[in-house]
Design a protein around this ligand. Sequence first.
Ligand code: PLP
Length: 390
Amino acid sequence: MQRSSHIQRLAPNYIFAQIKIRVDAYLKEHPDGRKLISLALGDTTHPLPESISNELSDAALKLATDAGYKGYNPLIGLDAFRASISENIYHGLLAADEITISDGIKPDLARFALLSGGKQRVAIQDPSYPVYLETSQLVGDEVILLPATKENGFFPDWCSLKGPHLLFLCSPNNPTGVAATKQQLQKIVDHARKEGMLILFDAAYQAYVTDPSIPTSIFEIEGAKSCAIEWGSFSKSAGFSGLRLGWCAMSKELRYSTGESILTDWKRVLHSSLNGVSYLSQIGGIKALSEEGQRDLQQIVKGYLDNARLIKEALTKKGIQSYGGIHTPFIWADFSPKTSWEAFDELLTKYQIVTTPGVGFGSAGEGFIRFSALGKPHDLLDALHRLSTA
Ligand code: PLP
């Protein structure tokens, strides 16, 4: 096999691998030091609520019976689950047959890259969730990076782009923690329609929006059905990062510039690249969207947002300006003029707290640290105590 020229475009190490190298080196030098506390990872830590775990175990037991056994699932997901997403997430704005179920946003974006096929100009915010850049690089797309800085309120000037592009938008945003307003999204949608652009909207953190005036879906914006695709996930809203469950939503109205349906082709790609998604995960997803499931999950999300508020308060007390942490579990803290790695090293060596250097999400993240509020409350309180006393 020949090595693809595209793979050589990827940065050699994903940010968390680089963090691990530094942390391992620190631990080697300080074998008897204080326990490290991680405020770095974007993974959830709260256990599943019983309402969902009971549903999962009942479904698992049924699989052990002749009547209840299931083999392959429908390729685009269980009908009942797609209907539930249509009703509970999109309030009927998108129909069940405009939703496809996946094993999460990340693998679905790689499958989307198979569809878009390396011929696109792709605009990505810098800093960003690294997968947008990497899946585009892997198929050979041309990438345009738009800086999201303090000066532009972490909202790049998307309207400066002219002509057809794919735009990766993520709101509420990882890593900056900033959530786009309705007006901001309306401006992009209007611009995308005028220029023939396609918005790829990542709504992984939609469950964290607490202000009803902030959109949780791009489809709340007028005109979005003709220019946007949305991905959602149960990883951060329901703690399914290990179970794996997500979805993709797009309207039948969505067309290529040549008039064919993108949804039809998307389903075709799924038929050749996905063999359905775990039945158990989908049963868990149906429960997560039920009234009881939502009640339980909102409590868990509220706990993470309480953590975020405490981190922000602790940073403010130390005179560090921070952003986000209101509609996301991430706080984007400005340590400039220190570099991100200098700030990372200081937090590691002085407080034994592991964080994520902002520069790992793109060069415009230099000088920032991303704090995650998804940790366990007792670890968080311990970390905040260290920050306040040292
Ligand atoms: N999108 C964003 C912005 C994320 O931060 C993450 C995970 O950290 C994902 C997508 C991944 O979602 P999933 O677990 O559904 O693949």
